[in-house]
Write a protein that binds this ligand. Sequence first.
Ligand code: PMT
Length: 415
Amino acid sequence: MNVALGVGGGIAAYKAAELARALMERGFTVEVVMTRAAEEFIRPLTFAALTGRKVHTHLFSAASAEDTLASAIEHIRVAQENQLLVVAPATADLLAKFTHGLADDLLTTTYLAFTGTVVLAPAMNTNMWNHPASQTNMQVLRGRGHVVVEPGEGLLACGMIGPGRLAEPDQIADAVLAASKTKKPRRDLDGETILITAGPTQEPIDGVRYLSNRSSGKMGYALAEEAVARGARVTLISGPVNLPAPLGATLVPVRTALEMRQAVMDRLSEATIVVKAAAVADYHIPNPSKQKMKKTAARLSLDLEPTPDILAELGAKKGDRLLIGFAAETDNMVEEARRKLQQKNCDMVVGNVVSHVVSHVASQQGTGFESDENEVVLVTRAGETIPVARASKRAIAGRIFDEAMRLRLALHASR
Ligand code: PMT
């Protein structure tokens, strides 16, 4: 496995040489990236001799004009070819730059381009480590799922006694080894607050009867589970279903379309993404009797009124939020999904063909309502039509959020 070892400019930089050796002893191939400040403390030659590889120091270090392009994209190559990025010593300056996404040298640009596991071994003066700015930065970096090898306590180079000393190289190398064996969860929805609706609504006819549909809630609950796993704060507004509440999501149970509308609007201001997977009744009886209606021999007609279209109302108030609607269709699915996208001002509509076969045997199950699987087409505001092959509802949820994140970037870039 390949490790990029980022060396920051602190007195502990000399220990990074021992760390490079400790990593190689554990079977890693090590590629060193040094900051300019690190070079004040230790020479690149030391690392080159230890690792047998070129040591990277500058963002633009081309020896000739032909090398210029290769040099300019070196950070991308380093980020792509290494599975782990270990930064030791991670100085206060580097931690602040990582936190805020500053990218003014090879190590900080590599950090931004890197998508693998990051291990940070901070080292600095005790007061710098204890400063609220450093501690806030550490909170952000831990929140991104980075592994932090805590600094030790003891006599520091500055003469102070306290926390801030770089952890021992063997300790850091062991943490890297452990991190390399742990599958890294994707946290790309960190910082998002996602409002998801799921399930059917029930519209009372009288005290014991209601109008409803076959939605089981499985699609909406799968979206909630996926969003929580990827780091989002999730509120799940659900019609009546027989599913356990997804761990980590806030569940708001509702019954009718009117209740669902109210629950959504009450929480809209905090949402950055709204996903409307619920199958909301289009009609209801405005003032249903609380008593059970008596059966008579005469024909019975129900006087139904349209329910409020929650998605259309969200479209009118959407602002910068991503708004994702669903379309359950038996025919002309893509055309209908695109029509709903425009009519309701959505960023994406997930069209699913609702077929009628429902069976407990997976291979005989239909898609859409009630089944464990779905097959969808994503139509987007950017004009794309993206078919997603039949898969579990959780896997479909994953694709919906992948495409939503990509779409947000594309929409921002086009503004
Ligand atoms: O719950 P499952 O059994 O897992 O099934 C999943 C599902 C088939 C229910 C789901 O994938 C789905 O397609 N949900 C939307 C079903 C639907 O009501 O489609 P629609 O075409 O009637 O509505 C279009 C959109 O408007 C939907 O996002 C719906 O939530 C929204 N809507 C509809 C009516 C209304 N009064 N208010 C709304 O917000």
